[in-house]
Design a protein around this ligand. Structure first.
Ligand code: FDA
Length: 585
């Protein structure tokens, strides 16, 4: 058989692989994506889709973003994070989650043109995959990655066609391991990892049942059930997770990782559902059941030569904070433009080194955060008197004690309130989602000092144009139509962008000359009165941190890579110097 060739071979069509394929195809790069199964995710898995991920979808096209909202459950219905004895039973407490507290909502609205939403992986993957294939990705399903070998010019990957049983090879310039939490590509590339796999055991029970009467008045994506003496082999707490409001659900139920892997029979699944929902007569339509392990494991290096890994292949962690698929898609957004520019001959290969420098720390950060969030549920159990080792009967007495009029009960109520409120670090951590700042060879700070976080960096996003940070969002108005346009909308789409204001017209001239010299695309926008985009609200003036004559150079992934606070003496020489540095030219 003749050898198949492509520029980039992507192993896996999950959120990481499908997003990479969609981005590379959008940038005009030949790529092939393979998946060992005949189709995409068959269970919902990740749902929480944060604003940064929606910005990637928006960059792919407003139609893609709109389609995501069409399938997603709206942010308004994600709001209450409920802790209860069962869905039919007593509610213990609640907290507003996922940007639904009015103060948090304001921060969300001010931070991005996009909205957080709840989009099951069964819908996210087809959206990304369809976009990729429509734009040029060559996809091969039922095709399994077996091994790879790289040399100075490229990578030869051996695959198995699972329909014919035949092995074949693909020759590519680059290989991407987006093959999930059991990544063979990462293993074969010899990537080093820290942490531990299998720190906990969990099972997913997916079913249909109309639970409107228990939940519609307190809409949420997560209902945490804390039951003393749960006697179906669990850990005393189960999660009833909305898949579609309010008739499709996923129960997440723990099991002892040190014991044998449980068999999730239909009877067992029905028992767990009845117990957590608190309705012994409940009939469910069981859709699937499977077990999975909780991991605390991340790669300390994410690439080896021409092989780049991303997504769960390099960060493996529990679903807490909803970071799994989000970070995977954001990995793709970081790497795809770099590969595109290198493959087009517009950047030196050293640009690719910045992928590891920028994303490896994030892999560590999110794995640590997600695992820490699990531990931070402990104080709720402690306050309820449900700590490990307490007998179910005593747990029940402790739980009931909170409703008496004694000073001890008042203290207990206070402790419960505090412990629940603290969970905002898991369920409303806007900073964790949005604050990523990069320091690497693909950013030129010229010694400007990173601004310190004024508020808690996990909870609050802090906009800044300091080089390395994501460009802040501000609504501008189109001069003719008056239409709202985000500053982010002016950037991205695979190219660099210069943003300046009145008095900074010299940057536009300089940018055109430098773009021509370097043979790259460089968009320029002068923002101000009588220009195409006008800052009518003054928000951009507040956020830009530069004078009108200054300049922000923004990378294709929306991160600022250089700024001048005002017009410099030699704008062309400055842009030339910076772009040559960033592009490793
Ligand atoms: P992902 O695992 O999605 O995709 C890997 C791809 O590689 C698949 O297409 C697979 O078929 C393919 N592949 C693997 N080996 C291959 C081979 N040898 N050859 C060819 N193809 C191969 N996250 C979250 O944020 N919230 C949540 O609620 C959950 N819940 C959840 C439940 C369960 C049961 C699981 C398994 C996972 C979650 N997650 C989650 C995690 C979330 O699903 C995960 O972070 C993302 O799917 C990661 O996306 P990737 O694209 O990196 O890997």
């Amino acid at each position: 058989m003749a050898e198949i060739t492509t520029d980039v071979l992507i192993i896996g069509t999950g959120p990481a692989g499908a997003a990479t394929a969609a981005l590379l195809s959008s940038y005009g790069i030949e790529n092939m994506a393979i998946n060992r199964y005949r189709w995409l995710a068959n269970t919902p898995r990740a749902h929480i889709t944060n604003q940064r991920t929606m910005e990637v979808l928006r960059d792919l096209g407003r139609g893609i973003e709109d389609e995501a909202y069409m399938f997603a459950t709206h942010q308004d219905l994600m709001g209450e994070n409920i802790f209860c004895e069962s869905l039919a039973g007593e509610e213990i407490g609640r907290m507003k989650a996922w940007g639904n507290h009015p103060l948090s909502r304001a921060e969300h609205l001010m931070s991005s043109p996009t909205q957080m939403n709840d989009l099951p992986q069964t819908m996210m993957e087809p959206l990304l995959f369809k976009t990729a294939c429509m734009r040029g990705t060559q996809a091969r399903m039922s095709t399994e990655y077996l091994s790879h070998e790289q040399d100075a010019e490229g990578v030869t990957t051996t695959c198995l066609d699972r329909l014919t049983g035949q092995e074949f090879t693909v020759r590519s310039k680059y290989l991407i391991g987006a093959d999930g939490g059991k990544s063979l590509v990462a293993e074969h590339a010899g990537l080093p990892f820290e942490g531990k796999m299998g720190v906990g055991g969990s099972m997913n029970i997916l079913f249909r049942a109309d639970l409107s009467k228990y939940v519609a008045h307190r809409p949420s994506v997560l209902y945490w059930v804390m039951q003393p003496g749960a006697d179906v082999g669990g850990i005393g707490m189960g999660l009833v997770r909305m898949v579609r409001p309010w008739n499709e659900w996923l129960i997440v139920w723990g099991y002892d990782i040190n014991g044998p892997e449980p068999e999730v029979t239909p009877e067992f699944a029905t028992d767990v559902a009845r117990q957590l929902i608190g309705d012994p007569e409940l009939e469910i339509e069981l859709l699937s059941a499977n077990v999975w392990t909780v991991n605390n494991y991340y790669a300390t290096r994410t690439a080896e030569g021409r092989v780049f890994c991303m997504g769960d292949a390099i960060h493996r962690h529990p679903p807490s904070n909803g970071l799994g698929s989000n970070t995977s898609i954001q990995d793709a957004f970081n790497l795809a433009w770099k590969l595109a520019l290198v493959l087009k001959g517009q950047a030196g290969t050293a640009l690719l080194d910045s992928y590891d420098v920028e994303r490896a720390p994030i892999a560590k950060q999110i794995v640590t955060r997600a695992n820490q969030s699990i531990g931070e549920t402990g104080p709720i159990f402690a306050a309820l008197g449900m700590a490990e080792g307490v007998s179910p009967a005593q747990m029940q007495r402790n739980l009931e004690a909170r409703s008496s009029g004694t000073p001890e009960a008042e203290a207990q109520r206070e402790a419960i309130r505090k412990a629940i409120a603290f969970k905002k670090y898991e369920f409303d951590a806007h900073g964790t989602e949005m604050n990523q700042r990069y320091t690497s060879g693909a950013v030129v700070s010229d010694g400007q000092i990173e601004p310190a976080f004024q508020l808690d960096a996990d909870l609050h996003y802090q906009p800044t144009t300091w080089p390395g940070a994501r460009l802040p969002h501000a609504w501008l108005n189109h001069r003719d139509s008056g239409e709202d346009t985000s500053t982010l909308d002016l950037c991205g789409h695979g190219r660099f962008t210069v943003l300046t204001g009145l008095g900074g017209e010299a940057w536009a001239e300089a940018a055109a000359a430098v773009a021509a010299d370097l043979g790259i695309e460089l968009a320029v926008h002068v923002i101000g009165p009588r220009q195409t985009y006008v800052d009518l609200s003054g928000e951009w003036a507040r956020l830009s941190e530069i004078r009108d004559s200054g300049c922000l150079l923004v990378r294709p992934d929306h991160h600022v890579c250089w700024r001048a606070t005002e017009l410099t003496e030699a704008p062309k020489a400055d842009l030339d110097r910076v772009l040559r540095t960033v592009l490793a030219r």
